[in-house]
Design a protein. Structure first.
Length: 120
């Protein structure tokens, strides 16, 4: 019997590494990184907004970048960034848009899971 060898964790610490090596591992790593980036970018933009310095090195983060990170999978980090840093909470586009992106991503995830388990 040729092919790939199934890797099963020998100890509790190996569980994380076996997951990272699984087909879902890269997606999980991506989601952690993109959500962390979105969260930190909301914090950075809030910090820059408080300074109000018109210097090139202190430019604000464009809103389209904040939305792009949410669209690329960082909607949870963006929503947490909005709440924790109290940033962009008065902008209707963010108040409605970021939660809508999160709902859409959850529905897509549920749809993908349903497809893999029942329609394939």
């Amino acid at each position: 019997m040729g092919g790939k060898t199934l890797y099963l964790p020998a100890e509790h610490n190996d569980t994380v590494w076996s997951f990272v090596g699984s087909p879902w591992g890269p997606l999980a790593v991506w989601l952690v990184l993109i959500n962390l980036a979105a969260f930190l970018l909301f914090g950075l933009d809030k910090w820059k907004a408080k300074r109000k310095v018109k210097h090139a090195a202190v430019r604000r983060v464009p809103e389209r970048w904040l939305f792009l990170l949410a669209l690329l999978g960082g909607s949870v980090g963006a929503l947490l960034g909005m709440k924790v840093f109290r940033h962009k909470t008065l902008h209707r586009s963010f108040r409605v848009g970021i939660p809508a992106i999160l709902v859409l991503q959850v529905l897509l995830g549920i749809g993908w899971w349903y497809y893999l388990h029942f329609l394939r």
